[in-house]
Design a protein. Structure first.
Lengths: 103, 618
């Protein structure tokens, strides 16, 4: 990794990605888009972990990001299965329509 | 071991059986169980007493240690000595007769099993009171009979007056019990024991106290207890109202046994009382004031049971005169004869009331002598006995008391003699109004069944012969030495003259010329009305004690403390939770995106706070 790129830049990129993820999660209505936004946030966090890990010459960040990836993979499997079932049953992917648990 | 525990436990068994399954049983087995339990108890008393022989010293049985705290050791101990023996015979004997009588009297009442189970429970507590070998066990019985008195006064649960009377009896007795408890505390603190034997052995060597002191305080506090239970001034007000209960209850609890518990207790603690002349004077004066005051009220009442209730208060006053004069055995003597003739008076009155279908007002009776002759016959025995006619039981005991009173202070004797005259007068008045003249009521009178007049007959015999047949002072002589001094014949003649004079005066006023009482009542005007309204004592207590308490409780305890402070705290907590929850509820919109937004905002705020706390962004 070229040493000329300072740590702050990675962190700023990570923050921007995280912010985009939040924005997508909060404002989008399509379940798949919301799901992708969550993945985006997770990867933004991963980027921060790797950057710090490199900066501090410490392996913990790597381990954490592997954990996050494993959890994200599992989550993707379960989440996509749920989305498929929801679509089969409701014929919609609008997140506000799937609110029968409310009230 | 004589198995003394069987004596109180048998009625308790009757109570448990009748109380638990009596509701499902018909009347006959209920009455058999109730009467049999008391009869067995009576039989066991006879067996025990015959086995124990002369009883020169107390026979004590220790069952187990109730509790032990430091050096204080209170056991469940029962004891029999001569005083207890007399009480046991009176309680179980008269109690048995009244139980039998009640079978007939209560036959048509609802709650038959309830009545008999309460009566059995009463017998249990009364026998515990009498048999207990320490003050605490006596107190258990003392409180227990109070409870049963409450339950039985309020037996007619649908009558408000009965409920009020029951509460009054219970609350007034609390005042007395408070004195009893304080006395027990003083005994524990100073003698380290509650056993009669140990306490009295510790007291005996102590000198006679000339003024206020430890023994005087203990004696007076015990006497406060006695004034409550035995209806003495100033706590007598509950007893006349207690006549709301069924008549057998009035006879058993409020004439023959429970109300005499105070006299028994005073006699039991005689060792303490004798060493405090001041307490003895207080006892005698309270006794004589009660006797005279209740007798005057008794003259003016028209409810037959009220007349006898005031008579009971008055006669209890006599017993305390005897105790105050140091003649405890005379007090117990009168207790015994009074149990016979007053139980008979009440049961006879019950028989009259039963015959007239519930009528209690003397003004609606009259001329019943021919209609219910057996009741008249037995009541006449009680009448002559309470009036002190020579040969009848009341004469002997009253004579003993007046003799002792004259020995200690003559003015008490003279008040007592006048009261004896009034006693004869008001009982005769009730008798004449009830049985002589012409019938003034409407209900058709009928004689009571055998199950009722049978016990009355036994009591009538006892009222006649009880005086010379049971020489109680002689029997109790080992415990209470007989009074020294000559038997003054003149004093006897004077009291008999007053008694006969009372009867004669009543005969003149209510049979010969029935117009006289109204003339006298009108002539005396305000005084008559004052006495008729019982010296306005109830009204005085109401104004001085009850209504300040009620109003104070209403304003301070209810409106301010309860409704204001306590409810305020509780309601305030609820209101605060609701307000805070109302705000927090706005966050719980149910929209997942708003939650996410709030989480983000929260994180940002938290990070900013942490950043500022860490010294700001560098």
């Amino acid at each position: 990794m070229p040493t000329s790129v300072p740590l702050n830049w990675y962190l700023i990129l990570s923050a921007i990605l995280f912010g985009l993820g939040i924005a997508g999660f909060v404002f989008r209505r399509n379940i798949i888009t919301v799901f992708m936004s969550i993945e985006l946030m997770l990867n933004a966090v991963n980027l921060s972990f790797i950057s710090f890990s490199y900066q501090l010459r410490h392996v913990d960040g790597h381990i954490f990001s592997f954990f996050v990836m494993v959890v994200a993979a599992a989550e993707a499997a379960v989440g996509l299965a749920i989305i498929l079932t929801v679509f089969k049953n409701r014929a919609t992917l609008a997140i506000d329509d799937v609110s029968s648990m409310k009230n | 071991m004589q198995h003394l525990w069987l004596i109180p436990l048998l009625p308790l068994a009757g109570f448990l059986i009748n109380g638990l399954i009596g509701k499902r049983l018909p009347n006959f087995p209920v009455s058999v169980i109730a009467v049999a339990s008391v009869a067995l108890s009576f039989g066991w008393v006879l067996k025990t007493l015959s086995a124990l022989g002369p009883l020169e010293t107390a026979h004590v049985e220790h069952y187990y240690t109730w509790f032990q705290s430091g050096t204080l050791n209170v056991g469940v101990d029962l004891a029999v000595d001569r005083l207890t023996a007399v009480m046991l015979l009176v309680v179980t004997g008269v109690g048995l007769l009244i139980h039998i009588y009640a079978i007939g009297y209560m036959a048509h009442e609802g709650g038959y099993y309830r009545f008999f189970s309460y009566m059995n429970l009463f017998m249990f507590f009364m026998l515990t009171l009498v048999l207990g070998a320490n003050f605490l066990l006596m107190f258990v019985g003392w409180e227990g009979v109070g409870l049963c008195s409450y339950l039985l006064i309020g037996f007619y649960t649908l009558k408000k007056s009965a409920g009020d009377a029951a509460k009054k009896a219970f609350i007034v007795n609390r005042i007395g019990d408070f004195g009893f408890s304080l006395a027990m505390f003083l005994v524990v603190v100073n003698f380290g024991s509650l056993d009669f034997q140990k306490v009295f052995d510790a007291v005996r060597p102590m000198p006679v106290e000339q003024s206020a002191g430890l023994l005087t305080a203990i004696a007076l506090l015990f006497f406060v207890g006695a004034t409550g239970k035995s209806a003495q001034v100033p706590l007598y007000v509950w007893l006349p109202d207690a006549m709301e209960g069924p008549t057998p209850v009035s006879a058993l609890i409020h004439a023959a046994t429970m109300v005499t518990a105070g006299v028994y207790m005073t006699a039991r603690a005689s060792v303490i009382f004798e060493r405090s002349p001041m307490a003895m004077d207080v006892v005698a004066v309270v006794g004589v004031v009660t006797a005279a005051m209740a007798a005057t009220i008794g003259i003016t009442q028209f409810d037959i049971k009220k007349v006898f209730a005031y008579s009971t208060v008055s006669q209890l006053g006599y017993m305390f005169i005897a105790c105050g004069a140091g003649a405890f055995s005379a007090g117990i003597y009168h207790l015994v004869t009074h149990a016979f003739f007053k139980a008979l008076l009440f049961l006879g009155a019950g028989s009259v009331i039963h015959a007239l279908g519930g009528e209690q007002d003397l003004r609606h009776m009259g001329g019943l002598m021919k209609k219910i002759p057996i009741t008249f016959g037995v009541l006449a025995c009680a009448w002559l006995a309470i009036s002190g006619v020579p040969g009848f039981s009341g004469f002997y005991s009253k004579d003993e008391i007046l003799m002792a009173a004259h020995h200690s202070s003559p003015w008490i004797y003279w008040v007592g003699v006048v009261t004896a005259g009034m006693t004869a007068f008001y009982v005769s008045r009730a008798m004449f109004l009830c049985f002589f003249g012409s019938y003034r009521g409407h209900h058709h009178p009928h004689e009571s069944p055998f199950v009722m007049w049978g016990p009355l007959g036994v009591l009538a015999v006892l009222s006649v012969i009880g005086g010379w047949c049971f020489n109680v002072p002689h029997y109790l002589a080992p415990m209470f030495p007989l009074a020294e001094g000559a038997h003054d014949e003149t004093l006897v003649y004077i009291s008999v003259a007053f008694g006969l004079g009372g009867i004669a005066l009543a005969f003149l006023m209510y049979v010969v010329s029935p117009g006289i009482p109204d003339v006298i009542a009108n002539a005396l005007g305000p005084i008559y009305r004052l006495v008729y309204h019982k010296y306005l004592v109830d009204e005085l207590y109401g104004a001085v004690i009850v209504s300040p308490l009620v109003n104070g409780s209403r304003a301070l305890l209810w409106r301010f403390m309860d409704a204001g402070l306590i409810d305020g705290i509780v309601n305030g907590t609820a209101t605060m939770s609701r307000t805070v929850g109302g705000v927090l509820r706005l966050f719980q919109s149910g929209s997942i995106r708003s939650y996410a937004a709030w989480v983000t905002v929260g994180c940002v705020v938290l990070l900013m706070v942490l950043g500022v706390m860490a010294g700001g962004v560098q």
